[in-house]
Design a protein around this ligand. Structure first.
Ligand code: FMN
Length: 205
């Protein structure tokens, strides 16, 4: 698939078929993550792939299972109607989109500082770098004919996953990634319209 086709086809997909993903394909997708830039040259990441449904259930046991559209009303930061609609679609899907995926892929990032209390922007470089790798992985999955979603772990979601997976304390999960074959009628939120001529500035703002 052409690079721009992958970029333009990449969407957050939360509805999957039962189709499994061959191991070699998952390996290629994860290898693409390691082609991303890394602030300190180390690419100090691990990726855990979980395809066993029982294990997937254990790992995401902390993810809320019964959220609905009404929970979005309590999210006071949302004012734009298109953004609200996107959340109304996504929020009730948080558990299903992961458990219905062919695999949950978990990036692990080595914590090199207290990223919740950074003293400068560069303290966040390790977090920024792992997200570069996540986007590479996502685009590689699209290029392979698959789709992804992602969830930021909240509350005790990370510690539950840590207990099941046994990764060390000095690694953190930036997000859970659900990957699989999109159903034909997979719901896609409407992307905000972008007018590139208003946003792209030449020589000055
Ligand atoms: C940093 C980040 C955090 C996100 N967190 C979540 C999440 O917790 N749950 C979810 O369903 N989608 C999450 N998303 C996906 C966004 O909702 C999605 O990218 C956005 O609505 C645009 O839709 P699109 O990806 O289909 O273009 C996240 C995306 C990013 C980049």
């Amino acid at each position: 698939m052409d690079f721009y086709e992958a970029v333009n086809n990449r969407r957050s997909i939360r509805n999957f078929t039962d189709e499994k993903i061959p191991e070699e394909t998952i390996k290629r997708i994860v290898e693409a993550a390691y082609k991303a830039p890394a602030n300190d040259h180390f690419r100090d990441w691990h990726y855990i792939v979980i395809t066993d449904k029982d294990k997937m259930r254990e790992v995401i046991d902390g993810v809320p299972k019964n959220l609905n559209e009404k929970d979005v009303d309590n999210m006071t930061f949302i004012s734009d109607p298109e953004q609200k609609r996107a959340y109304q679609i996504a929020v009730p899907m948080q558990y299903r989109m992961l458990i219905d995926a062919a695999a949950i892929i978990i990036p692990l990032m080595k914590k090199k500082c207290d990223i919740l209390h950074p003293s400068s922007l560069s303290d966040l470089n390790c977090y920024a770098s792992v997200w570069c790798s996540i986007e590479n992985l996502w685009l590689a999955a699209v290029a392979e004919g698959y789709a992804c979603n992602l969830r930021i772990p909240l509350g005790d979601e990370e510690s539950i996953a840590r207990k099941v997976l046994g990764f060390p304390e000095n690694y953190m999960i930036p997000c859970f990634i659900g990957v699989g074959k999109a159903t034909e009628d997979a719901v896609k939120t409407k992307q905000i319209d972008i007018n590139i001529d208003e946003l792209l500035h030449w020589e000055k703002f």
